[in-house]
Design a binder for this molecule. Structure first.
Ligand SMILES: [Zn+2]
Length: 1023
């Protein structure tokens, strides 16, 4: 067995470098010549619950006279019961290692939202550590093969001289608590252990470790765990806030890059020119290397990467299986489609992404754990499955994490030249991509009406490491011709569309038995982009991240993968309301262009002279920042489009007074807004837009999805007060304090749960800063997380609206408002067969005069994930709307053909009155019967106003999965409902999602700025 393995590794390594790898034949386990730390080793055995939950790599600890073990900081060994170190203790230990051995170096890699430090710890031989910079300079050339003119021979010599970097990240998920101690001990072993196995790792790979990724959440989790230890027999509060904004979703930010932890890890990975990013998680028994996972794989990665996943994953399983450790596997249900996971930073930057799920207890208690049948079942890919029931300890978890990592590092170091060469090849192929698979470039046209949104997207791509160029002259390329519109087989999903207004002309012909002619292939059409257009060339090393973010995604409704892991679509141009052209014509690469140095900024400033300033409304998020920057100035908004001095201004244009020109000029430049100074205001109907006083309300059940809202409000400097449903239950005077209450989605339960809160069975669950829990600060506080909004709170909230306030809800919180009568005439139901799983879908404007749509043009892509289906009615308490009205009613049995009326015999035929018909997004028009005594009829001015709807089924899907789309097609998407003096704005979509939906933000901002004039431009029904 050993012979075959060595032979294979020679086969792999020889053709390239004639330097056979020897490490694989090294025996894992201690060097009997090196003394062990007897006490530490004894404790390892004591805390490991079964011998087979350990391996020869971790069942001992080598002793050192000079280097301290983790016990120096922890007071016990890594993984000891009852011990969970704060980030500061972890860092203290890493810096003790750095001080004690030249094999360890600690780097500060940035701060968290709440100002805590993040670190990366490099461990390697003293020779490698001493030459980190020289090594990095070589890796940089391999990472950007343009620097060596794509010269393979030069690359070979660089590979021969270089050492790869394997980057390990721990505890991004704060409830998954084991990684920090495992990584402390791993660093010690790598620095101290003199066994041939570990020595080979030390000399052939630079191990880089970030022991705590979510530092804010880690410190809070340790608080909670200590509270639990100090209150035996009580239930402990769950971890309501991990990071400042989001919880588990901190591992969904690798596209949008809005969290500090994502940026810090990205900058470290890219800055070090690392080859692997291996992220540690704990939710599956006992070690799931989910790298191989299951399909569909992300469609934009280099196929070489998929092979590397298999190589490393199966080697991992193989080695640990030999150790007799149960429950190690790599094939599983995780699909590798979405690139939003932290580890995917490597996949989209020519590295190798990896992820372990080990088994944690969410703390450091040793407990009996019982698994589900599907977890302990033996399957073809899990021949030695986990035990149905076992006593499980944090030490077991640490054994698995360390053993997995050490075998992975051994395999990687044994094949270090192979993987380095692959790294070069992937980087080179990313450059060649422009001319092989394409596209040649993505172009952002200079005449995009939303330069601010365009610059925002380009800056994010720059942060991803992409280079942006700018065309110095106009250029023309061939674009794919437009396909003729066909009613079938478009992007509309798999069900047969019955809702689309017009049937394609071909349909009738086919019905007559004629053969439809095959459609001619559309001819490419030239398109000229103006000078100043931005070009993202695909002949650059990080072309793949740009391609995966900017391209369209298609998830087939019949895909064999039924348990979809995450979002299926994310196309950033569409969801960002930015025009992005995918140019396959490689002539684009010859256009005259110059690289952009520094972040892309939209041009801004003041033109003209006068004391009144006109700022066109183009739904650029910077507009709301401007409004709140000058809360005292007078801002009006135009209710109709107009022209002034040869410039066209959209409906919603800001008209600013009482502001010194210099102040506005400075702000406009910084924010990338163009203001036109004029002497007289245009003669267009206007109303004021105020710096509304905003509260963002959260529950104590879940704060994650609303966290994405808060994050963007903070980034755009929109002030708000952060309140909970409990605050509202105690405050009868909300309207005096706030103009707008935003209830972000993801409240954590159904509408009743928002009112009821959590069950009140046990003890209070505090979330509060105390000496015992010092880190639960900077978000919100309560003595007991269990109580909800309550009926009193519900009254307070309704009073707030009735007194002229604006309530905004989205998705489940929109349903909450509908359920409790905030929006008479609106109903909300759950879909039955519709499948839209984190997809981008098309919307259509219904009422362009609504202030909610100021600055928007039609066909905005919006984000939908299992959205509620809204129905409209003109009757209070009446459901209905949607499909199934008169138009679709089939005739009853009787005389005549299918479209004939029946004729009762023996009397004169009666004329059948026409039934009123409304569109799917509308309320059915009132009947004369309903108007006879209209006690339940909602007066016209109080009826809900549909602003935006979902597109017809044939054009509904933009990106991702859509199945049975007809259930959603044409439904109302955004509704402005009235209650008393106030308004309730309901979103079926989620306008703020993972910084992917920037194009939808201003729907919410418009509602906020126009909270007291939302009925502007409204045409009322006559009856
Ligand atoms: Zn996790």
């Amino acid at each position: 067995m050993r012979f075959i393995r060595s032979f294979l590794s020679v086969l792999i390594a020889l053709p390239l470098f004639a330097q056979p790898s020897v490490t694989l034949s090294l025996k894992p386990g201690r060097d009997t010549g090196q003394p062990i730390d007897e006490e530490y080793t004894r404790k390892i055995h004591e805390y490991t619950t079964e011998t087979f939950f350990n391996s020869p790599l971790t069942d001992y600890l080598p002793a050192s006279k000079t280097v301290p073990t983790p016990k120096a900081v922890l007071g016990d060994i890594a993984g000891a019961p009852g011990i969970l170190p704060y980030s500061a203790e972890v860092y203290k230990y890493m810096r003790m290692l750095e001080a004690a051995t030249p094999r360890v170096k600690v780097f500060s890699i940035g701060q968290t939202e709440e100002g805590r430090e993040m670190i990366a710890v490099a461990v390697a031989s003293e020779r490698l550590i001493a030459q980190l910079d020289q090594n990095r300079a070589r890796l940089a050339q391999l990472a950007d093969p343009r620097s060596i003119a794509l010269d393979d021979a030069k690359a070979d010599s660089l590979v021969a001289a270089s050492t790869p970097v394997y980057y390990i990240t721990g505890t991004i998920h704060s409830t998954e608590t084991g990684a920090p101690t495992a990584l402390m001990e791993l660093a010690y072993r790598l620095a101290v252990d003199d066994s041939a196995y570990i020595k080979a790792i030390r000399e052939n790979v630079i191990t880089l470790i970030t022991p705590v990724v979510e530092v804010d959440g880690r410190d809070r989790m340790v608080d909670i765990y200590r509270w639990h230890l100090a209150h035996p027999g009580q239930e402990w509060p769950n971890l309501m806030y991990w990071g400042h904004y989001v919880a588990h979703d901190n591992n969904r930010d690798a596209m949008g890059l809005t969290l500090q932890l994502t940026r810090n890890v990205l900058n470290t990975f890219v800055g070090w020119k690392a080859q692997v990013l291996h992220d540690l998680h704990e939710s599956v028994p006992y070690l799931y290397d989910n790298t191989v996972g299951d399909g569909p794989y992300n469609a934009w990665i280099d196929p070489m990467l998929a092979d590397e996943w298999q190589m490393m994953g199966w080697n991992n399983v193989s080695e640990m299986t030999k150790f007799g450790m149960p429950g190690v596997f790599t094939h599983g249900t995780f699909d590798t489609w979405s690139p939003s996971y932290l580890m995917f930073i490597a996949a989209t930057h020519n590295g190798i992404s990896r992820l372990y799920e080990t088994f944690g207890n969410g703390g450091a208690d040793t407990e009996e754990r019982t698994l589900q049948p599907n977890e302990y079942a033996r399957t073809w890919f899990k021949q030695n499955p986990p035990l149905p029931k076992a006593k499980w300890s944090q030490r077991n978890n640490n054994n698995y994490e360390e053993t997995g990592l050490l075998t992975a590092l051994a395999y990687f170091s044994a094949n270090n030249k192979l993987f380095l060469h692959n790294f070069y090849l992937k980087s080179k192929r990313s450059i060649e991509k422009a001319r092989t698979e394409g596209p040649g470039a993505y172009v952002f046209t200079a005449d995009d009406p939303r330069p601010g949104a365009q610059a925002d997207l380009l800056r994010m791509l720059q942060e991803q490491g992409c280079e942006i160029s700018r065309a110095s002259e106009p250029f023309t390329v061939l674009m794919p011709g437009k396909k003729p519109k066909s009613g079938r087989g478009g992007r509309g999903g798999s069900d047969t569309a019955t809702d689309d207004a017009a049937k394609p002309e071909g349909e009738a012909a086919k019905a007559d038995g004629e053969t439809a002619k095959p459609e001619p292939k559309p001819k490419p059409e030239p398109r000229t982009f103006p000078a100043g257009s931005y070009v993202l060339r695909m002949d650059q090393p990080y072309s793949r991240i740009a391609d995966t973010l900017l391209d369209y995604q298609y998830w087939a409704p019949n895909d064999p993968q039924k348990s979809i892991y995450d979002d299926t679509g994310w196309t950033f141009g569409e969801l960002g309301n930015v025009q992005v052209a995918r140019v396959t014509d490689v002539k684009v690469l010859e256009a005259h262009m110059t690289p952009v140095n520094g972040p892309v900024l939209a041009p801004g400033g003041v033109e003209g002279a006068g004391s009144i300033f006109l700022i066109n409304h183009n739904a650029d998020s910077a507009l709301i920042t401007l409004r709140y920057r000058f809360p005292g100035a007078s801002f009006d908004t135009a209710e109709e489009p107009f022209e002034n001095a040869g410039h066209k201004f959209n409906r919603g244009t800001f008209i600013v007074r009482d502001l010194p020109a210099a102040d506005l000029a400075k702000a406009a430049e910084e924010l990338g807004l163009r203001a036109f100074a004029v002497k007289a205001a245009p003669s267009v109907k206007t109303h004021p837009i105020r710096a509304a006083r905003i509260a963002i309300m959260h529950t104590w059940m879940n704060t994650q999805a609303e966290g994405w809202w808060r994050l963007e409000f903070d980034r755009l400097k929109i002030p708000y007060t952060y309140i909970s449903t409990q605050t509202v239950s105690k405050d009868a005077g909300l309207r005096a304090k706030y103009d707008v209450i935003v209830f972000g989605p993801g409240a954590g339960g159904n509408a009743q749960a928002v009112v009821n809160g959590r069950p009140m069975y046990g003890n209070p669950l505090p979330w509060k800063v105390t000496p015992e829990t010092p880190n639960l600060a900077k978000t919100d506080e309560t003595d007991d997380m269990r109580p909800g909004l309550g009926w009193t709170g519900l009254d307070h909230l309704q009073d707030f609206v009735k007194q002229g306030g604006l309530f905004i809800g989205a998705n489940d919180t929109a349903t909450f408002a509908v359920t409790f009568g905030f929006a008479p005439g609106v109903s909300s139901t759950a879909a039955r067969n519709l499948k839209v799983t984190g997809s981008a879908v098309r919307s259509k404007i219904v009422d362009a005069a609504s202030p909610i749509l100021y600055g928007y043009s039609d066909n905005l892509a919006i984000f939908a994930s299992n959205p509620p289906l809204f129905g409209l009615s003109n009757m209070a308490g009446g459901g209905g709307g949607g499909r199934g009205g008169a138009a679709e009613r089939e005739r009853a049995t009787g005389r005549g053909t299918a479209d004939d009326p029946d004729t009762p015999q023996g009397r004169v035929p009666a004329e059948i009155p026409e039934e009123p018909h409304g569109e799917v997004w509308e309320a059915t028009p009132l009947t004369d019967e309903q108007l006879r005594n209209p006690v339940n009829v909602i007066p016209p001015a109080a009826r809900p106003r549909v602003v935006l709807r979902y597109a017809n089924n044939s054009e509904l899907l933009v990106s991702g999965l859509l199945d049975n789309g007809s259930e959603l097609a044409q439904r109302a998407a955004v509704i402005d409902a009235s209650l008393g003096q106030g308004h309730v704005v309901l979103f079926s979509n989620n306008p703020f999602w993972r910084a992917e939906t920037k194009g939808s933000y201003f729907l919410v901002f418009n509602a906020i700025l126009n909270f007291d004039n939302l009925s502007a431009g409204r045409k009322l029904a006559s009856k």
